[in-house]
Ligand binder design. Sequence first.
Ligand SMILES: [Mg+2]
Length: 230
Amino acid sequence: MPQSDWVWFFDLDNTLHDASARIFRKLDGTITAFMCERLGLDAASADALRVDYWQRYGATLSGLVRHHGIKVEHYVSATHAFIHEGAVSDWVMVTRGLARALAVLPGRKILLTNAPAPYALRVLAALALSRAFERVIAIEAMHVHGALRPKPSRTLLRVAAADVGVRARNAILVEDSLANLKAARAIGWRTVFVSGFLRPSPKVRIYRPSFVDLQVKSVAQLALRYRGLS
Ligand SMILES: [Mg+2]
């Protein structure tokens, strides 16, 4: 099939930039503080519940909506507002040549992130990628039949592909999350595992998971090796 028919779905955090270094540490704190206040928990319990929801649902917000009736907009403004304060360069680590590396890839590019839209747009701007994606699908747009269904929901992936107008065999998910890649493969997408920003770094991976078509350290490396996907 022609590569020009491909549609790339890119994750944001720890795929396009190193979120572990600063942003995730800050977010862990703002989310835990929000949960303490809204759920009346002490810090240790809130922290444990935050991690539990993130692992169970792919996004802490899903658990907060489902089990505590938290409103998406309240969560977003309370936890992600810091990205609009001060210099965004305090938070985002910029990799040089990222826009060029993305431009090398044939086909259309969509951003598919479990993060909120205002945050995603701000980080994209900091990375000089505001025009790199034809569409940004953020967590506010991940409602399926009235329920919040972030990645790794297969239903969400199917709906996103239908919205964008791509067949599963032409869709490619580029991600640092193995759970999300596994879901994408289960519905017939191709998968690229970006492992360079993960901590601890999974350097020694003797067996690449069967649902990973290509493993790269970065998007720059993907620009050199994407032909291996066809
Ligand atoms: Mg990620």
